[in-house]
Ligand binder design. Sequence first.
Ligand SMILES: [Zn+2]
Length: 152
Amino acid sequence: MLVTTHVFVGALIGLAMPNPVSAFAAGASSHLALDAVPHWGPLPEADWYPVARADGLAGLSSILTCAVVTPRRRLPGVLAGIAGSAVVDMDKPMGYWFGRSPWPGWFDRFHVWVQREAPTRLPRDVAVCAVVGGVTVAVLWLSGRQARARCP
Ligand SMILES: [Zn+2]
């Protein structure tokens, strides 16, 4: 699953949770659930780096966008949800740059086991990410509008 999609879903979860700790835990759980949904994955010999680089940059941009549109009092929870949803995939950049995952082997094996990947699903994943991103930004922005409307 694209990390940008994980970021948007984590932001929505963070908005709904009562505190940052539960937002982080729910975000991390959502990551594994989303990875079990059929999604894009490269062929073993394919060059996946261009997609990963674009997805990483889009993920960072989506974090900034979510932070800008989120009401200040909800920002800690939203950022915690994002962190929980994205941190699970730290095995990818850590493995690429440092040659090892930050997670225990049993967790990495479980993370691989839940994947339902196919090399033909990238266009659909990008479309799903765009829709989820639009909904997320709209919900975050509207939640801020409601909060502002309540304050005199
Ligand atoms: Zn993952």
